[in-house]
Design a protein. Structure first.
Lengths: 373, 422
């Protein structure tokens, strides 16, 4: 009995000692981490890129627990000096955004996501969201999408989604446009436009018809970039309503861009039809842009457009056309200009000769010589 | 409200017709030498009328019709300076909508330059833009495309590639260009820009850390001032004469003076169509919000030419331009014998259009236009990104992207706060 008691006592004592030692160890570890963190932060900002790299490796070695001590120090602006912690957090994101560091990047992404969730302050949350712009992956896109409906978090969330490489982001942004009301609809539409997305064309049209001028401008631009046939009627009506002149929604610019993108898709006849409308009714800059699209996608085939427009154009427009003539190189085009030269007045003749001189095609030399004497 | 109906297009029509008409009485006889009748003047709207914008109200051959600013105090000062008949706007899009304005002068902080330049091109305006041309490389790419697409004329407002003594060089760039083009210095060349070679990097444009939120003054529409930049609480350090110190709006001393110093170098080296391929940086750790200083940024072009920005003035013997056969130092001193005689014997560089109103009237590209301006702004922005990230970078000047560095590529186009986009 006594032996058993002694044995049990011994066991308890040994376990107690082990627990005590491990607790001591834990506390020592924690104090050691705290010391390392304090030491790291005390040296910030470091004075050169070599020290910075070493310091970032130290930050990596701190582990999640150590880095959490740093992320916990980030305050709402105006509530304390967190300069060194911000140096540490941002520098680590920048460091990891370099090629490689895949495991650390993955871990840091998780920690920034946790830090966003842990804070109740929008400015702290947006600071951590902005870290994801450097290193974020699909996970960040999915995570940021959860903030799209929050008024103060929508913009930084869209910025994360726009910056990160992701297969899903187009789908996520497109779906979000079905939520109404929506706090930063222009930013989402702009992000989709950057991707030339056609996944939300019906939503573009919806927001165009219900939104203010800013939303209309974003929607028209996104419709143009989508090059989707569903958008044609809306964009062309908007441009016609603006009399093919500039307005704050950028309707005519959107129409010309839509034409360009249709050309890019190989829908040349639609592009040509739109360009003809713009050439008939547009102001000079849009006519120039329409010609530029015709030249870009039609090449030599577009030279008749240049000649026709040159004949009816005012001086500024004629000069823009002659600048575009450079984009149709080759002797066949030079010959067209030389024949055309015979049929225009002296003012236009001098402008064309100037262009031919700059073009440097030997075919034009006799004509230029004749003009000189 | 005074809305002059005679715009650039009418003027070009008239002047072209006049060029072929027999002029009996020269105009200056009626109005004095240098006189340009109001109806013949190009019309201008200025966006951003802080100190820089107000400095451009009087400009020979142009007449200001409108000014625009999101700070009412700036607008009032500009109106007082501009005199009668000038309209004031809060929203630049209202100014762009005026058909009687020929030239739009963009004198806002750089985070607006790209957006406004692109919209001005869409509105058919010719554009005079302050440096740096754009705050990001991506915005520059978009401006180049828009200006070409809509056929406008663009002038970036730095001028040392075609006039004025070039800081401590004691000369214009022209004789240097002649010398370099002749091969007298050999190839490849190294250009050092530092206090030692006659230039001053303004590191006082470093931002403050830990800005406390403060109430927005009544005269300022801070949200519009921020525009595409991420929302951060107002502090006077961010705006007006202090904005250069923050990544969201500019790039510190490099953003401020970089294009002044680098554009002529790009011209001299004949690099108007390309960009450096390596960027090496030596700088302190940078803050998340405030731009700091740097010691050295070294750019290398594909052919081995180098541009060294020596912010620490570490190389006390540095020549401004150094080639295998000779060196040019501050004050245009050189180790090449009979330098001036040699320069006099060399052919002149190609002529450039150096008066913007001529460019607008003749539709010939200005000397420093959207294309070469974008390339010299790219040198600035490459340096800004390298300093910000604290690492060396490799760049592809054709694709206009960094090589094997996704983090750096994410800074080429940076997300914009709605409704703004480019």
């Amino acid at each position: 009995m006594v032996n058993l008691k002694n044995h049990a006592m011994k066991k308890i004592i040994i376990i107690s000692c082990l627990v005590f030692t491990s607790l001591l160890g834990y506390n020592q570890d924690r104090r050691a981490t705290e010391t390392k963190v304090a030491d790291l932060l005390a040296r910030m900002p470091v004075s050169n890129t070599i020290e910075l790299k070493n310091q970032m490796q130290e930050m990596s070695n701190l582990g999640s627990q150590g880095r959490k001590q740093i992320t916990d120090m980030i305050n709402q602006p105006g509530t304390g000096d967190d300069t060194r912690a911000r140096f540490a957090v941002e520098s680590y994101s920048r460091y990891l955004s370099e090629y490689g560091h895949d495991n650390e990047k993955y871990q840091w992404e998780s920690e920034c996501i946790e830090a966003v969730l842990a804070s109740g302050y929008p400015m702290v949350r947006s600071f951590f969201l902005s870290q994801l712009r450097y290193i974020g992956t699909e996970r960040s896109v999915e995570f940021a999408s959860g903030f799209l409906t929050y008024e103060y978090m929508c913009e930084p969330a869209v910025a994360v989604i726009a910056a990160c490489t992701s297969q899903e982001k187009e789908e996520i942004l497109a779906m979000s446009l079905q939520i109404r009301p929506f706090p930063c609809v222009e930013s989402v539409i702009n992000a989709l436009a950057m991707m030339q997305s056609d996944k939300a064309v019906k939503e573009y049209v919806y927001w165009y018809t219900t939104g203010d001028k800013d939303i209309q401008a974003a929607a028209l631009n996104a419709m143009a970039e989508s090059a989707h046939e569903v958008c044609y009627k809306t964009i062309s009506s908007a441009a016609a309503a603006a009399s093919y002149k500039w307005d704050a929604t950028g309707a005519t610019a959107a129409l010309v861009q839509y034409a360009r993108n249709m050309g890019e898709k190989g829908e040349v006849s639609t592009m040509e039809k739109i360009c003809r409308d713009v050439l008939n009714y547009g102001s000079v800059q849009y006519k120039t842009a329409a010609l530029e699209a015709l030249v870009h996608y039609g090449g030599y085939e577009a030279i008749e457009n240049l000649l026709t427009e040159f004949r009816k154009g005012e001086p500024e427009y004629r000069k823009a056309i002659l600048n575009l003539a450079d984009d149709i190189p080759g002797k066949a085009a030079t010959r067209k200009w030389l024949v055309f030269l015979q049929s225009v007045d002296n003012t236009s003749k001098s402008e064309i000769i100037d262009m031919l001189g700059k073009r440097g095609d030997q075919l034009a030399v006799p004509y230029i010589n004749d003009a000189l004497f | 409200m005074n809305r002059d109906k005679t715009g650039r297009r009418d003027f070009i029509k008239k002047s072209t017709a006049a060029a072929f008409a027999f002029t009996v009485i020269p105009r200056h006889v009626l109005g004095g030498n240098g006189f340009i009748a109001p109806s013949d003047q190009l019309t201008k709207g200025i966006i951003g009328v802080g100190n820089m914008g107000r400095g451009h109200i009087p400009y020979e051959g142009t007449r200001v019709l409108a000014v625009c600013d999101v700070d009412d105090d700036h607008l009032n000062l500009a109106l007082a300076q501009a005199g009668e008949g000038v309209d004031a706007y809060h929203d630049f899009r209202v100014l762009l909508a005026r058909p009687d304005i020929d030239i739009v002068h963009i004198a806002t902080p750089p985070h607006w330059h790209g957006i406004m330049a692109k919209m001005a091109a869409e509105a058919g305006k010719d554009i005079w833009c302050e440096k740096p041309m754009t705050r990001t490389i991506g915005e520059g790419i978009e401006v180049v495309e828009a200006v070409k697409k809509y056929g406008c004329m663009f002038r970036l407002n730095t001028w040392f590639r075609f006039k004025d003594q070039f800081y401590g060089l004691g000369t214009t760039v022209r004789p240097l260009k002649k010398l370099i083009d002749s091969g007298a210095l050999g190839w490849p060349l190294k250009v050092t820009i530092s206090g030692i070679t006659g230039f001053d990097w303004k590191f006082y444009w470093s931002g403050e850390h830990n800005l406390n939120p403060m109430p927005v003054p009544d005269n300022l529409d801070y949200d519009f001032w921020l525009g595409p930049a991420p929302y951060k609480p107002y502090n006077p350090e961010r705006v007006h004469s202090k904005f250069r110190g923050y990544w969201d709006y500019d790039g510190g001393g490099l953003g401020d003076m970089g294009q002044h110093y680098l554009d002529p170098v790009q011209y001299m080296l004949g690099k108007d169509n390309t960009s450096p391929i390596y960027i090496e940086v030596d700088a302190p750790q940078q803050h998340y919000d405030a731009v700091g200083s740097w010691r050295r940024i070294e750019y290398t072009y594909e052919d081995g030419c180098k541009i060294v920005l020596d912010g620490a003035n570490a190389d006390i013997h540095a020549a401004y331009v150094e080639g295998p056969y000779g060196k040019i130092y501050k004050g245009f001193w050189s180790d090449i014998p009979d330098l001036q005689k040699l320069i006099d014997s060399l052919p002149e560089p190609e002529d450039q259009v150096t008066i913007f109103s001529d460019s607008v009237r003749t539709r010939n590209k200005f000397a420093l236009n959207e294309e070469n301006g974008h390339r010299s702004a790219t040198i600035v922005n490459l340096g800004v990104i390298a300093v910000r990230l604290g690492r060396n970078l490799t760049y592809d000047p054709v694709k206009q992207k960094f090589v094997d560095d996704e983090g750096a590529n994410r800074l080429i186009y940076q997300p914009m706060r709605g409704p703004w986009s480019i």
